[in-house]
Ligand binder design. Structure first.
Ligand code: MN
Length: 183
Protein backbone atom coordinates (compact mmCIF):
# COMPACT_ATOMS: atom_id res chain seq x y z
CA UNK A 1 0.00 0.00 0.00
CA UNK A 2 1.34 3.39 -0.98
CA UNK A 3 0.76 6.49 1.05
CA UNK A 4 -2.12 8.64 -0.14
CA UNK A 5 -1.03 10.38 -3.28
CA UNK A 6 1.93 8.09 -3.78
CA UNK A 7 1.70 6.12 -6.99
CA UNK A 8 2.01 2.41 -6.32
CA UNK A 9 4.57 0.94 -8.69
CA UNK A 10 3.99 -2.24 -10.63
CA UNK A 11 5.99 -4.80 -8.74
CA UNK A 12 9.45 -3.52 -8.00
CA UNK A 13 9.69 -1.30 -11.05
CA UNK A 14 10.43 2.27 -10.15
CA UNK A 15 10.67 5.25 -12.36
CA UNK A 16 12.65 7.45 -9.99
CA UNK A 17 16.44 7.51 -10.08
CA UNK A 18 18.26 5.99 -7.13
CA UNK A 19 18.77 8.64 -4.48
CA UNK A 20 22.17 9.47 -3.08
CA UNK A 21 21.79 7.19 -0.08
CA UNK A 22 20.85 4.21 -2.24
CA UNK A 23 23.77 4.82 -4.57
CA UNK A 24 26.05 5.00 -1.55
CA UNK A 25 24.73 1.71 -0.19
CA UNK A 26 25.30 -0.08 -3.50
CA UNK A 27 28.83 1.31 -3.61
CA UNK A 28 29.62 0.08 -0.07
CA UNK A 29 28.22 -3.34 -0.77
CA UNK A 30 29.97 -3.68 -4.13
CA UNK A 31 33.34 -2.61 -2.73
CA UNK A 32 32.79 -4.88 0.28
CA UNK A 33 32.04 -7.86 -1.96
CA UNK A 34 35.25 -7.38 -3.91
CA UNK A 35 37.30 -6.98 -0.73
CA UNK A 36 35.65 -10.01 0.87
CA UNK A 37 36.59 -12.03 -2.21
CA UNK A 38 40.19 -10.93 -1.71
CA UNK A 39 40.18 -8.72 -4.80
CA UNK A 40 42.40 -5.69 -4.33
CA UNK A 41 42.93 -4.73 -7.96
CA UNK A 42 39.63 -5.41 -9.72
CA UNK A 43 39.56 -5.32 -13.50
CA UNK A 44 37.07 -3.08 -15.31
CA UNK A 45 35.08 -6.19 -16.19
CA UNK A 46 34.89 -7.35 -12.55
CA UNK A 47 33.60 -3.95 -11.47
CA UNK A 48 31.01 -3.71 -14.25
CA UNK A 49 29.68 -7.23 -13.66
CA UNK A 50 29.32 -6.66 -9.95
CA UNK A 51 27.58 -3.31 -10.27
CA UNK A 52 25.32 -4.50 -13.09
CA UNK A 53 23.83 -7.37 -11.16
CA UNK A 54 23.00 -5.45 -7.99
CA UNK A 55 19.34 -5.78 -7.03
CA UNK A 56 18.71 -2.05 -6.69
CA UNK A 57 19.91 -1.50 -10.23
CA UNK A 58 17.61 -4.21 -11.55
CA UNK A 59 14.58 -2.40 -10.17
CA UNK A 60 15.19 1.04 -11.66
CA UNK A 61 13.78 1.30 -15.15
CA UNK A 62 14.86 4.73 -16.28
CA UNK A 63 18.17 6.21 -15.17
CA UNK A 64 19.73 2.76 -14.89
CA UNK A 65 22.57 3.65 -17.20
CA UNK A 66 23.35 6.83 -15.27
CA UNK A 67 23.33 4.94 -11.97
CA UNK A 68 25.61 2.24 -13.37
CA UNK A 69 28.04 4.80 -14.66
CA UNK A 70 28.18 6.59 -11.33
CA UNK A 71 28.68 3.36 -9.41
CA UNK A 72 31.33 1.96 -11.71
CA UNK A 73 33.18 5.26 -11.32
CA UNK A 74 32.90 5.23 -7.53
CA UNK A 75 34.10 1.63 -7.19
CA UNK A 76 36.96 2.17 -9.65
CA UNK A 77 38.12 5.33 -7.85
CA UNK A 78 38.11 3.51 -4.52
CA UNK A 79 40.37 0.71 -5.75
CA UNK A 80 42.53 2.95 -7.91
CA UNK A 81 43.28 5.56 -5.25
CA UNK A 82 42.40 4.20 -1.85
CA UNK A 83 42.87 0.42 -1.78
CA UNK A 84 44.87 -0.57 1.28
CA UNK A 85 47.74 -3.00 1.00
CA UNK A 86 47.79 -6.59 2.14
CA UNK A 87 48.60 -5.80 5.74
CA UNK A 88 45.02 -4.58 6.22
CA UNK A 89 42.44 -7.37 6.41
CA UNK A 90 38.89 -6.51 5.39
CA UNK A 91 36.47 -7.04 8.31
CA UNK A 92 33.13 -5.98 6.85
CA UNK A 93 30.89 -3.45 5.10
CA UNK A 94 28.10 -1.46 6.74
CA UNK A 95 29.28 -2.51 10.19
CA UNK A 96 26.89 -1.41 12.95
CA UNK A 97 28.47 0.03 16.08
CA UNK A 98 26.93 1.95 18.94
CA UNK A 99 25.75 5.27 17.54
CA UNK A 100 27.08 4.74 14.01
CA UNK A 101 27.41 2.45 11.07
CA UNK A 102 30.78 2.12 9.39
CA UNK A 103 30.95 1.74 5.61
CA UNK A 104 34.11 -0.40 5.60
CA UNK A 105 36.23 -1.72 8.47
CA UNK A 106 39.79 -3.09 8.24
CA UNK A 107 42.09 -4.69 10.76
CA UNK A 108 45.84 -4.28 10.45
CA UNK A 109 48.43 -6.95 11.11
CA UNK A 110 49.35 -4.90 14.20
CA UNK A 111 45.72 -5.15 15.44
CA UNK A 112 44.91 -1.56 14.58
CA UNK A 113 41.42 -0.94 13.22
CA UNK A 114 40.77 1.51 10.40
CA UNK A 115 37.38 2.72 9.23
CA UNK A 116 36.60 3.96 5.72
CA UNK A 117 33.68 6.33 5.32
CA UNK A 118 32.80 6.51 1.63
CA UNK A 119 31.19 9.58 0.15
CA UNK A 120 29.65 9.08 -3.28
CA UNK A 121 27.89 12.44 -3.40
CA UNK A 122 29.43 15.85 -3.53
CA UNK A 123 29.34 18.90 -1.31
CA UNK A 124 27.33 21.74 -2.76
CA UNK A 125 26.25 23.77 0.25
CA UNK A 126 27.63 25.00 3.55
CA UNK A 127 25.06 22.77 5.31
CA UNK A 128 26.32 19.71 3.45
CA UNK A 129 29.87 20.56 4.41
CA UNK A 130 29.06 20.88 8.10
CA UNK A 131 26.95 17.70 7.98
CA UNK A 132 29.93 15.81 6.53
CA UNK A 133 32.26 17.24 9.19
CA UNK A 134 29.79 16.40 11.92
CA UNK A 135 29.40 12.85 10.63
CA UNK A 136 33.17 12.44 10.61
CA UNK A 137 33.43 13.63 14.24
CA UNK A 138 30.66 11.19 15.24
CA UNK A 139 32.42 8.34 13.46
CA UNK A 140 35.74 9.11 15.13
CA UNK A 141 34.05 9.19 18.55
CA UNK A 142 32.20 5.94 17.82
CA UNK A 143 35.37 4.26 16.57
CA UNK A 144 37.34 5.33 19.62
CA UNK A 145 34.60 3.94 21.90
CA UNK A 146 34.34 0.69 19.94
CA UNK A 147 38.01 -0.12 19.30
CA UNK A 148 39.68 1.82 22.12
CA UNK A 149 43.43 2.04 21.74
CA UNK A 150 43.46 -0.08 18.60
CA UNK A 151 41.49 2.53 16.69
CA UNK A 152 43.55 4.11 13.90
CA UNK A 153 40.89 6.59 12.76
CA UNK A 154 38.52 7.17 9.89
CA UNK A 155 39.36 7.87 6.28
CA UNK A 156 36.59 9.99 4.79
CA UNK A 157 36.94 9.22 1.11
CA UNK A 158 35.24 11.42 -1.47
CA UNK A 159 34.95 9.13 -4.47
CA UNK A 160 33.64 11.92 -6.70
CA UNK A 161 36.33 14.38 -5.55
CA UNK A 162 39.20 12.22 -4.25
CA UNK A 163 41.54 15.06 -3.31
CA UNK A 164 39.08 16.28 -0.66
CA UNK A 165 39.57 13.07 1.26
CA UNK A 166 40.94 13.17 4.80
CA UNK A 167 42.19 10.80 7.44
CA UNK A 168 40.74 11.79 10.82
CA UNK A 169 42.68 10.39 13.74
CA UNK A 170 41.47 9.45 17.20
CA UNK A 171 43.42 12.33 18.82
CA UNK A 172 41.27 14.83 16.92
CA UNK A 173 43.89 15.75 14.34
CA UNK A 174 43.40 15.08 10.67
CA UNK A 175 45.52 14.82 7.58
CA UNK A 176 44.70 15.29 3.94
CA UNK A 177 45.98 12.51 1.77
CA UNK A 178 48.85 13.37 -0.54
CA UNK A 179 48.43 13.94 -4.26
CA UNK A 180 50.69 14.77 -7.14
CA UNK A 181 51.40 18.43 -7.68
CA UNK A 182 49.13 20.26 -10.04
CA UNK A 183 45.90 18.88 -8.54
MN1 MN B 1 29.10 6.68 3.45
Amino acid sequence: MGRAGTPVGNGDQRRQPLDGRELGTVAHVAIGELLAAGVHRPTAEEIMKLVGRHRLLQTVTMYRQAAKQKLVGAVAVYFRFFALDEEWRFVGAEVPVRGSRFDLVFEGTDDRVLVDELKTGRIQTVEERSAAEEQLRRHVAAGAAEYCRCFAGVRQLWLGAPTRSVWAKPDGSSETLTWPEGW
